[in-house]
Design a protein around this ligand. Structure first.
Ligand code: AMP
Length: 564
């Protein structure tokens, strides 16, 4: 596997191809953006990301941020001063960053950020990942690119490719499918930098025709202008700015702020990007009419005024279909997938045309191998018994994209015997293996006895194109109904489990439950029964939540009673 990495000035992201799809990885707290900040505590190991950023206000000299502005630079270069770090010249004239008693190269610090991304990635996918694609701005020179590559190597990666950020963005937007000689502009307005690039697609490869920009122009400048205009702190100005992206006016601290005022204050700054755009077009010897697409990258391009401005300059609406913060990382991941070879030879025969799964509780489809997975492949899940003293599990193997089992095609059925056990105690592993010949081997194992049950299904891949089209069409047509039914079924399963449990808890506790609680519970139970009858999903979910809260003390009391 090859990781795709956006090593950004303020934030970094990492992704990986998973069964044919690029996915970005979240850290242990569920956040996909990792601040490119490193804190060097007085004792102990360096810390990367959010905790480092939090230390910046109190320990500015021990936290390094924006190290990307220094990588591959010489101390003499003017931009060095803009990072805010104390620096000195190394023996070769290269930058060394002074932090506490340490003197480190920008590569070494970048390597710490990359190591953190590597660790998050490996934690998430459970295997070690030693190869990477890393993105850099299009204007990075050889020294900056080599230094970025070295940083990757210091972090333990073999760097398969250093990819230009606009190229990555174009890949994320799927512009490689535009056809030969397509030309696209990538407008990237981040927190601290602005880049504009014009690319041309040639034989499936993007070439950067021109690139231009300003390394000290971005959302931060908008915050400063707004803070001045509104007389608020920059931190608050940023918050109000974001809120005004989604609405025309917002209330903040008993004041109301209008988007029209924001637009007036920001326009002069956004206007500064115009000459870079025009320059980039003229360097590429193109008129705006020769462009096939304009795409947006960077958090600040969410702002309506920026989108209008881009549309005006380029004479066409920009494509906003991708997440502007994630496009570069997504593109790096797609490039990694291409290098892995997984994306190159996709023909219909090599992938599962439709999802394969089994029926589970409540008649739901549980997908085990998603459609478009490259063959051969293997995947599985563990299941348990829904009913006490059940002595066999009947497994129905299904193919299709619908949420309810009955709407998919049955491929086969098998019974897996196991010793009768209380509800939820049996453990049956079900594994699907689709071999290179397109034969699906379904293996079920009762983990207690180790006994295997196997069936082979030969028709899993040979499905006519028309049938696949119909299934996909239906799954879109009925998407809302299907999803609604799945959510209702899941809520109903929860109700089926909770109502008897509440009943038996009330019985067991008897007098110990105060009368008013008992009657509140039975009122709720009544309402739940009605919601079940009326098939009202949202009521059902709310009521079950209330019942959960109301009966929480019962569970504790029961436990105490058992222990006493
Ligand atoms: P980036 O460097 O690409 O992460 O972009 C960060 C910049 O985008 C910061 O200046 C943010 O204030 C700005 N930004 C992020 N989300 C929004 C939003 N919803 N509306 C306006 N600006 C945003």
């Amino acid at each position: 596997m090859i990781a795709g990495i956006d090593l950004g000035t303020t934030h970094s992201l990492v992704g990986i191809m998973d069964s044919g799809f690029p996915v970005l990885i979240a850290d242990a707290d569920g956040r996909r953006l990792t601040p490119s900040a490193v804190w060097f505590p007085e004792c102990g190991e360096p810390v990367v990301g959010w905790p480092a950023l939090e230390k910046k206000p109190t320990h500015p000299s021990l936290v390094v941020t924006s190290v990307k502005r220094l990588i591959g630079r010489r101390v003499a270069e003017a931009a060095v001063s803009s990072s805010g770090c104390a620096v000195e010249a190394g023996p070769d004239g290269g930058v060394r960053i002074l932090v506490g008693s340490l003197s480190l190269s920008p590569e070494e610090i970048s390597a710490l950020i990359l190591s953190k991304l590597k660790a998050d990635l490996e934690m998430s996918c459970g295997v070690s990942v030693d190869r990477a694609v890393i993105t850099v701005p299009a204007y990075f020179n050889d020294a900056q690119r080599s230094a970025t590559k070295r940083a990757g190597e210091l972090a333990g990666f073999t760097v398969e490719r250093i990819l230009s950020e606009p190229t990555a963005a174009a890949l994320a937007y799927g512009l490689d499918r535009l056809g030969e000689r397509a030309r696209v502009a990538v407008y990237d307005l981040g927190g601290g930098t602005f880049d504009i690039s014009v690319l041309e697609l040639n034989c499936g490869v993007f070439e950067v025709l021109s690139t231009n920009g300003d390394t000290s122009l971005g959302g931060d400048d908008l915050d400063a202008a707004l803070a001045k205009a509104w007389g608020v702190a920059r931190f608050d100005a940023e918050k109000i700015k974001r809120a005004l992206t989604d609405s025309d006016s917002v209330e903040f601290d008993h004041h109301s702020y209008l988007r029209s005022d924001l637009d007036a204050a920001c326009l002069p700054i956004i206007e500064k990007t115009r000459r870079h755009c025009l320059r980039s077009l003229s360097d590429a010897h193109l008129e705006t009419s020769a462009l096939d697409a304009v795409v947006l990258v960077g958090g600040a391009t969410r702002m309506p005024i920026v989108r209008r401005f881009v549309a005006e300059i380029f004479g066409r609406e920009p494509d906003v279909s991708q997440h502007p913060d994630e496009a570069v990382a997504l593109g790096a991941t797609i490039q990694a997938g291409i290098l892995e070879g997984g994306l190159q030879n996709l023909t219909l025969l090599d992938v599962t045309p439709l999802s394969l799964g089994i029926e589970t509780f409540g008649g739901l489809m549980n997908v085990i191998i998603p459609r478009n997975t490259t063959i051969p492949c293997k995947a599985g899940e563990m299941f348990t018994n829904a009913v006490a003293n059940q002595s066999a599990m009947s497994i129905s193997v299904l193919q299709g994209e619908r949420e309810m089992a009955r709407d998919n095609w049955p491929l086969g059925r098998m019974d897996v015997p196991f010793p009768p056990s209380p509800k939820g105690q049996a453990r049956v592993g079900v594994q699907f293996e689709l071999d290179a010949n397109g034969i699906l081997h379904v293996l079920a194992r009762d983990t207690a006895s180790g006994r295997d049950t196997v069936i082979d299904i030969h028709s899993a891949v040979e499905v006519s194109d028309e049938a696949v089209e119909k299934m996909l069409g239906d799954s879109l047509e009925y998407a809302f109904e299907d999803m609604d039914e799945r959510i209702f079924t899941e809520a109903k399963l929860k109700a089926d489990e909770m109502l008897p449990a509440v009943d038996s808890a009330l019985n067991a506790l008897g007098e110990k439950v105060p009368v008013e609680i008992r009657s509140a519970i039975s009122g709720l139970v009544q309402k739940i029964r009605s919601a079940l009858e009326a098939r009202s999903t949202s009521d059902l979910k709310t009521l079950l939540g209330e019942l959960d809260t109301l009966t929480e003390p019962l569970a504790t009391a029961l436990l105490e009673q058992t222990l006493a």
